[in-house]
Design a protein around this ligand. Structure first.
Ligand code: F6R
Length: 245
């Protein structure tokens, strides 16, 4: 595991994009798992502006999707992935997969048929969720329908006209699905993430804090800004922080 801390989210996004670009260069990134939400957007933008020749050949699997939004809703994750990833990367939409558009088992099979996810991009909820795996989600969970925590619906109300419009349910890759990815990149920016980041990296490894499951994976990189890293102990930072700016 490595932890990179940056003075700003923009600096973190730029370094994350540089790393993904290096994996494209090495031929080690063909299937990308994408989180939505606000954390990864700048990294996707930075990656698109680098214009790597392999970018448009990626196969993409979204991490999750709301249930119950009208088709084409601007905040459905299908729409967000089209807007923030597929169009800027120049992807053929046939290679952009979003859960919830068929049975959950079919999503797992589709990931397997593409050879598995080379790198999964994640954000983290202030309650420690990854994907929409809310506290209590088993570490061996697979793609399935879930009920969103109240705190998640409150946090995501900023994307909707009113909190009532945030769906109650979603489909998400499970924690087990996420842990099957060969590499994982977690982006967390801002003070609202500080306690979840510290709990994930320093607290007990427990389903009560889903992101703590990432400590059981052997290739996870955390990209943090100073505010998100603020509650980490000096010991954590000294022992596992890589050189960063
Ligand atoms: C989004 C997702 C969520 C978000 C998390 C952080 O696809 O799965 O786990 O990554 O809620 O959201 P932001 O980045 O908006 O703070």
């Amino acid at each position: 595991m490595s932890i990179l801390t940056f003075s700003s989210p923009e600096a973190g996004a730029a370094e994350a994009a540089r790393r993904l670009s290096a994996l494209l260069d090495a031929g080690e990134l063909k299937v990308l798992g994408v989180a939505t939400g606000s954390s990864p957007g700048p990294m996707y933008g930075e990656l698109a502006s680098r214009g790597h020749p392999c970018l448009s050949r990626l196969t993409v699997f979204a991490l999750d999707e709301y249930i119950g939004l009208p088709s084409g809703h601007a905040e459905s994750y299908r729409s967000v992935v089209t807007r923030e990833v597929a169009i800027p990367f120049g992807l053929d939409l046939a290679r952009v997969h979003v859960p919830g558009e068929g049975p959950p088992e079919a999503y797992e099979l589709a990931i397997g048929a593409c050879g598995g996810i080379d790198l999964q991009v994640l954000g983290i909820g202030s309650n420690g969720h990854i994907g929409f795996n809310e506290p209590g989600s088993p570490f061996d969970s697979r793609t399935r329908r879930v009920t969103l925590a109240k705190s998640t619906r409150v946090a995501n109300a900023r994307f909707f006209n009113s909190p009532d419009q945030v769906p109650m349910h979603a489909v998400t890759q499970g924690i087990g699905t996420i842990l099957d990815a060969r590499r994982i990149l977690v982006l967390a920016f801002g003070s609202s993430k500080a306690s979840a980041v510290a709990a994930a990296l320093e607290g007990p490894i427990t389903p009560d804090l889903p992101a703590s499951a990432l400590r059981t994976h052997n290739d996870v990189t955390w990209v943090l800004d100073a505010a998100a890293a603020a509650s980490l102990s000096a010991n954590t930072l000294e022992n596992i922080q890589e050189a960063s700016s």
